[in-house]
Structure formats: C-alpha cells, structure tokens
Design a protein. Structure first.
Length: 215
C-alpha cells in the first residue's frame, strides 16, 4: 500500500560538466599540447508566453513555442521529445522536456514554479537560453518504490513517455518538506492507478480544491 512505502527522501546532486585538458610531461619539448573541449550548442531567443485553450490533455497549459529551426540547432535531426537546460530570463532550468507538436516544432510547458520564478504569465515576453540536457533521466527513488507496491499504477506509469514520467518525478522532488513529499507520492500513485497522466491529475486536484471551497 502507498502508506507503507513513504519513508526517507533524498535529493539528487547534479553532476558537474567539466572540460578536460590533456597534458603529458613525457612528450618531447617541441610537442604541441592539446586541449580537448566538448562544445554543446546553446541557442538564445526572445519569445512570448502562450496558453492553450481546448487542446486535449494540454488544455490550460502555459507554454513557450520552440520553432523547428531552433529545435534543430539544439538537437539536429531529432523529432522526438528531449530535455533541455538553460535560462528563462535569469531563472535557471534543467531536465525540462520539449514536446513535439508536428512539423519539427516543439513546446516547453511552463509550470507554476517556472511562472512564479520568472514573474511572467500569458502574453509576457521571455528571454530564453537553451541547450540540450543529455544527463540520463533519474526518477525519484521513493516514488518508484511506492509504485512497485502498486502493479497497475506502475504498469501505466511505464506506458507513459519518458518526459511525462519526468513530470511526476520532478513534481515529487520539488516538494519542500517530507510531509508534502509523502502527500505528492500518494497523489501520484493514486492517479496513476486510475490511468491518469500528470495533467489530468493536476486538473482533478484543482477541481477537488474548488469543490471543497464551495462547501
């Protein structure tokens, strides 16, 4: 059961990218020392924050558009969802999924945390700096342990795209207290057991809060 698997909570420490310099003292005096660096393309652009009206599971989402031309600079030849890192104005982001919308275009959903951190909403201008984030996706350990106790929820979770799995994991990890973490894990497992994705879960939670507020 969900209640039996909520225990310790740990934060992941992001790996630090380094640039390696190759040098050997044994080489002849006239040899040229080589420096090797890995260059990851970064793109910069200014865009306007948008919001979906009726768009299936994306209804109500706040987002920015990543045109095909820019997406191809980030990940040439790719048309599937991938993750990026960088800056929205001065707010740093990492592990954020870009979702394909057809014709090579992508979108980045802006959740409440991102909107609050930037102080921006629908219609506002946003300075964007992005590069591909190739760090392997690590899902929240406690969430996965709880899902292991609920086979139906785990099966549905595994059927979701990696980017959607990451929404659940990142939401759990963004909790500021152990109590909130436990509450979010319980909500996630319950929603997944009902075959609800992350957007459906959040909409249902919002509706429940509104319904209780009317009583």
């Amino acid at each position: 059961m969900v209640a039996n698997c909520i225990a310790d909570y740990r934060e992941q420490v992001p790996a630090i990218e380094t640039v390696q310099t190759i040098h050997s003292a044994a080489v002849p005096p006239l040899a040229i020392l080589l420096s090797v660096s890995i260059v990851i393309p970064m793109v910069q652009f200014v865009t306007t924050i948008l919001q979906f009206a009726a768009q299936g599971e994306k209804t109500g989402w706040t987002y920015i558009s990543i045109p095909a031309k820019i997406a191809q600079q980030l990940k040439p030849g790719n048309k599937k969802s991938f993750r990026v890192k960088g800056l929205l104005d001065n707010y740093p982001i990492k592990g954020i999924a870009l979702l394909p919308m057809g014709e090579g275009d992508f979108i980045m959903a802006m959740n409440a945390t991102m909107r609050k951190a930037t102080g921006k909403r629908k219609g506002d201008s946003l300075k964007v700096k992005l590069e591909a984030d190739n760090k392997p996706l690590v899902l929240n350990k406690e969430l996965m342990e709880c899902l292991a106790d609920e086979p139906a929820a785990l099966s549905f979770f595994k059927s979701l795209p990696a980017s959607h799995q990451h929404y659940f994991s990142k939401w759990v990890e963004s909790a500021k207290t152990a109590a909130t973490t436990a509450k979010r894990i319980a909500m996630a497992v319950s929603a997944l057991a009902k075959k609800m994705g992350y957007p459906e879960m959040m909409r249902a939670h919002k509706k429940d809060k509104e319904d209780w507020g009317d009583r």
